[in-house]
Write a new protein. Structure first.
Length: 273
């Protein structure tokens, strides 16, 4: 079994304020991904949520990043923002046909984000999960679902995700449901409370806390101090990969938060200097 990995990064790599506090002065915009991917170990691609990308774009992103770097990809809103999720099959097929396979072994989890108005319907949500493919060519796919309506905070949703081997996104947020349940062979966390007055986004003790959570998660344990709605599996828990993204909040602090957490874990990329 491969050694589980902890990967930490940001949502996207194009954000003008980062040109004052993250990217070197004068760095060409077309080299920003090249730079960010040598300071972080993962990035969540959000552009794919709004429109389909071209195979050439995925190939360019792949070639701009070092070996071992991973992208997670937010799935198309046309698959998730619909009244009947079980009718999303054609949209899901178009999304996967848009060129994701060009990322090769740099393709990480696919994130399916649902609208804040989407209420949990067990039958329809189960039908949607049935539509998610397990493979894309030779690539094995991993899926994470981000529910943003509090009706999803129920053991029934947790059990449904676990049956399908799909991760539930943990959101450190006051605006969206926040519960940490282990339902897949990986953990996906989006940390959304960075603050502008904190040099590293979160207070030092919270950076330590999130680093400790990542260690616990990757060891197959469930960290203390996080909200839950259902009991963890009582047996058979294996080490897990962890994907942790600093996103939203005071976004200008997201790279610093990610780098501070990587440093705390001793996982700063070797090309970071």
């Amino acid at each position: 079994m491969p050694t589980p990995a902890i990967r930490i990064g940001t949502g996207g790599w194009t954000f003008e304020p980062w040109r004052d506090n993250f990217y070197p002065k004068g760095l060409a915009h077309h080299r920003e991904l090249e730079f960010a991917s040598r300071k972080l170990t993962a990035i969540e691609i959000n552009a794919t949520y709004y429109r389909l990308q071209k195979p050439e774009s995925f190939a360019k992103w792949r070639d701009s990043t070092p070996e071992g770097f991973v992208f997670s990809v937010k799935a198309s809103q046309y698959s998730t923002n619909r009244r009947v999720l079980g009718e999303a099959g054609e949209s899901i097929e178009r999304f996967f046909a848009s060129g994701l396979g060009e990322l090769g072994d740099k393709l990480g989890p696919i994130v399916w984000q649902f609208a804040t108005t989407k209420v949990f319907d067990p039958q329809d949500f189960g039908a949607f999960l049935d539509l998610l493919p397990s493979r894309l060519g030779t690539l094995t796919l991993r899926h994470a679902v981000e529910a943003r309506h509090r009706s999803f905070m129920t053991p029934e949703f947790v059990a449904l995700a676990r049956r399908h081997g799909v991760a539930i996104v943990f959101a450190d947020s006051d605006s969206y449901p926040s519960f940490a349940e282990s339902t897949a062979d990986f953990i996906y966390a989006r940390l959304m409370k960075t603050e502008a007055h904190q040099a590293n986004g979160y207070a030092p003790e919270r950076i330590v806390f999130w680093a400790d959570c990542a260690r616990e998660w990757t060891a197959g344990r469930d960290p203390a101090g996080l909200p839950r709605v259902a009991a963890a599996p009582s047996a058979g828990v294996e080490p897990r990969d962890v994907f942790l993204f600093f996103i939203s909040g005071a976004k200008e602090r997201a790279p610093a938060a990610a780098m501070a957490t990587l440093d705390r874990l001793g996982l700063a990329p070797p090309l970071a200097a």
